[in-house]
Write a new protein. Structure first.
Length: 481
């Protein structure tokens, strides 16, 4: 069962329940209200009769039955009310007026000569005999009547009973019509509610359907650039659409990163294969030469052995560089502590001067700075950057240190030819070498290793370059507390 159908049924059930309760309450109120109105009308008819009856003259006629006695023992004569003028506008055509004695027996029917009185049950008769009134509904010939009985009081004693009855046929027909109207109206309203609820639920859940369609489209096409086109209020559905779009943005970014990582990995494998193929090919060729018969002259054999040694060292360096990158990629943490950066840089510069005495390294200041870093890793990075500058730049090389806020900055600047932007944005890619540097020794792993080591120490390494003006590498490390 779809959520749209469930919402429609729930809404319709609530609506139907509300209409049923409302109809029952309204019908009950109307039932009681109409009974009260009829009872009030009958009371207004009975009260004047009960009040006038004791004052009718004795010469108006008498009943041939024992009359009640007063407190002094005198006999009270019950006159015939039908002999007195009564305003017919006080009664309706179908109203019945009876005069009963105190025991509930008919003694007069002034307005309906052919009518008979209606029996009073024992409980009601006792109430009347005590001077009260009694109202009840009776059925006569399949017709319901509301009967109002009231005692006639004379000299503080009940002497007779006035009984007025009115047919409830019209009222019952009206109530029946009201019940049918409420039933039919509730059914039609519920039906309209079901139809309206179905379309309303469809409109409300339209963004959810769009999200589902977008998710299916992404699943089939793997296009994370798709978005849910939602135009509506910022309600729960709106927030759902916005959250879904934000999730898609993050997935797209992650997918691009994974795609880039896979491409880098493929390039990495291809470059490693290429870099290993060259020394392996050289070693194999030289070994074949050594196996020749007759043997090569001794001088040629020495040259071949030297080549084999050089290629072996080159392969060893490549393997060591790859191991360094693998450790960094594996998330192996470096042990960081407070390091005297000035001392590390001076040591690295002294070591580089031994290998390249003709290249001058100018240290711009004697600032004593301490960084929270790994001493060996910092030294290795500085050596990589100095070696890279000596290979591709024109000496001298400038090196400066500074403290900026809670960071220590190291700037290594050369005066070489610089790099265009296309090369600069790939300078930290593994195995990347600019077209002009293919003839230089190395594998294109140095700068990648340097940046990986700096990031592992919660620092940053960036490069700035301009063609014809040289390049600048900036190391940023957290300052030691």
């Amino acid at each position: 069962m779809s959520i749209r159908l469930r919402l429609t049924l729930l809404y319709s059930a609530i609506l139907a329940f509300t209409l049923i309760v409302f109809s029952i309450i309204l019908f009950a109120i109307q039932t009681q209200f109409t009974l009260n109105m009829i009872e009030g009308d009958l009371k207004r008819i009975v009260s004047p009769v009960a009040n006038r009856y004791p004052f009718i003259q004795e010469d108006s006629g008498h009943f041939n039955r024992p009359a009640p006695e007063t407190a002094e023992g005198e006999s009270i004569v019950l006159p015939r009310f039908s002999d007195q003028p009564v305003g017919e506008d006080e009664f309706r055509v179908r109203d019945f007026l009876h005069i009963l004695d105190i025991d509930g027996n008919l003694v007069d029917n002034p307005m309906n000569q052919d009518a008979t009185s209606y029996p009073i049950n024992n409980g009601g008769l006792k109430i009347l005999q005590s001077g009260g009134f009694w109202v009840e509904i009776v059925s006569v010939e399949e017709e319901r009547l509301l009967v109002y009985n009231q005692a006639i009081i004379h000299m503080d004693s009940p002497i007779a009973i006035v009984q007025v009855a009115r047919s409830l046929a019209d009222r019952d027909r009206s109530m029946q019509a009201l019940g049918i109207t409420l039933s039919v109206g509730s059914a039609l309203t519920t039906l309209v509610g079901v139809i309206g609820g179905w379309f309303l639920a469809g409109t409300t859940l339209k963004p959810v359907k769009q999200i589902t369609q977008t998710a299916n489209a992404i699943g089939h096409a793997r296009d994370f650039s798709a978005r849910v086109q939602y135009q509506g209020p910022e309600d729960e559905i709106g927030h759902l659409a916005m959250t879904f779009n934000e999730m898609l943005s993050q997935l797209e970014e992650g997918y691009q990163q994974v795609t880039h990582a896979l491409q880098v990995q493929r390039d990495f494998v291809a470059d490693v294969s290429h870099e290993l193929r060259t020394p392996l090919t050289t070693i194999r060729g030289n070994l074949d030469l050594l196996k020749r018969d007759p043997p090569l002259p001794l001088a040629d054999r020495d040259d071949i052995l030297n080549d084999l040694s050089g290629e072996s060292e080159r392969m060893s360096r490549l393997v060591n560089d790859l191991l360094t990158l693998a450790r960094a990629d594996a998330g192996r943490t470096l042990v960081c502590e407070s390091v005297n950066i000035t001392a590390v840089i001076e040591d690295a510069c002294r070591q580089m001067q031994v290998h390249a005495p003709d290249c001058e390294i100018i240290v711009g200041n004697t600032l004593t700075a301490r960084a929270y870093a790994n001493e060996d890793a910092v030294k290795q990075v500085v050596l990589i950057l100095l070696d890279n500058a000596m290979k591709h730049a024109i000496c001298p090389i400038s090196l400066q240190m500074s403290e900026i806020g809670d960071q220590v900055s190291i700037r290594i600047q050369d005066s070489g030819p610089g790099m265009p932007y296309e090369q600069l944005k790939r300078i930290f890619d593994r195995f990347y070498q600019g077209d002009e540097s293919r003839s230089s020794p190395g594998f294109g792993l140095g700068l990648a290793i340097a940046r990986t080591l700096i990031i592992a120490q919660h620092g940053n390494l960036e490069a700035n370059s301009e063609v014809g003006k040289g390049s600048t590498f900036i190391i940023t490390l957290p300052k030691a507390p």
